[in-house]
Ligand binder design. Sequence first.
Ligand code: NAD
Length: 508
Amino acid sequence: MSQPAEVVSPGISQLFHYINGERVTGNSGRFGDIFNPSQGVKSAEVPLASKSEVEAAIAVAEQAFPGWAATSVLHRSRVMTKFVRLLYEHQHELAELVSREHGKVIEDALGSVLRGIEVAEFACGAPHQLKGEFSDNVARGMDTYSMRKPLGVIAGITPFNFPAMIPLWMTAMAIVSGNTVILKPSEKDPSCPLRMAELFVEAGGPAGVFNVVNGDKEAVDTLLHDERIKAVSFVGSTAIAQYVYATATANGKRCQAMGGAKNHMLILPDADLEDVANALMGAAYGSAGERCMAISVGVCIGDEVADRLIEILKPRVEALRIGPSLDTGLEMGPLVTKEHRQKVMGYIQMAEDEGSKLVVDGRDFVCEGHEDGYFLGGSLIDQVKSDMQSYQEEIFGPVLQIMRSASFDEGMALATDHPYGNGTSIFTKNGAAARTFADRVEVGMVGINVPIPVPLAFHSFGGWKSSAFGDHNLYGMEALRFYTKVKTVTSRWQEKGLDTEFSMPVLK
Ligand code: NAD
């Protein structure tokens, strides 16, 4: 059972770091505030680690590395299997931690926990996945084989919007490959990752393998500059992803850094618009739009499609069931913080000022009984043009922008030409159009009659353009490649002695 965090004043608990299998009190004297977004009140403080605290955690992870790397892959997989079992047993507790600090509704929080567990389940297959290659008899008496070796200490730096799923994407794959990890979760909702690290140790994971250090830029910079960190997995906004990628690689580390998004859905005239509306409601407004794979732009091919779709969507957006995140049966909770709510409201104003049409303005929404919560209603915006700043930038809130394109090619070009390239989808009954779209659009993840095409754990996740920096996607076999390096051995065992060879072999 988890110990409750220390209460420092009525209703406010103090969180900790989790290093070497223990809760560690922060000693930097700096704290970040955590809020309950449904109530708009501070609920906890999280210590923000100093450089020396991060360095001490890296030393622990470095010390744990040789032992864990030398453990048989079968044993690592068994620990992962027990971890998965505990994650399932505690899924509701984890979902509640997510929902309380992030604000997404409890059913959605539970789904996000499950999407994370699926990656940990995939990681249990490491004995098969980490098998190397073998070629026998590449020359007389000579064989060549390759193996995948872990890198050392890995840093995982994660965003606020998926505090269970994204930490699991990184840690499960890095750990099962034989690495040790320092996870630096978002300072806005760190309770779930802290609890998961405890569960890993409860599952038999050695102390020092899965560490959580809380912090802000100081902690991240320490991880990026310390030579004992061999690889960095980052997910967050594009500006920080670019900075993390540039700094980590300049310091000789492997880095995969996922950034922001603006995901387009192309709606062709032959699509069933009821299906499209059903798909769009969840994809645009689920999790209050705080998903990097949320659909934020609906591109209608032709005015008629746009007019009919807006007619269906408008009453549904106005009737979204919005309320405190732990209530059941709701469609949307609050946004994560007051500042983020303010930022989203600023984009809605910008869209109006730029000349697009507010069909539904979510800014006036008030959640009765929770007037201080960080709530916004859903917004639906029509007549959006490609040169508008509110279109070019990521809003990351419950806002759906509708664009009208004259043709399929023009609509596809919007997704291709946009600076972001995380996800996109097409709704149509025309197989050839769907195939052309999937083939040609310059975006990393594509859905065909699927609004949010997040690949399952045995594929991998990654965008293109300003949505991702680095060569490898997250999870799946891509992650095993990212978290390991290949060693190739050529051996000769033969009865006859060796001849002297000055030249490279030639054809005889
Ligand atoms: P963020 O960039 O503010 O923070 C991400 C991480 O970086 C956090 O751990 C934070 O502490 C750290 N950080 C913040 N400022 C920093 C700085 N100046 N220097 C060093 N580190 C810093 O992102 P967020 O607001 O937590 O998350 C939302 C963003 O994440 C959105 O842009 C969303 O699209 C993106 N996201 C992308 C994906 C993807 O896979 N492409 C997935 C989820 C979220």
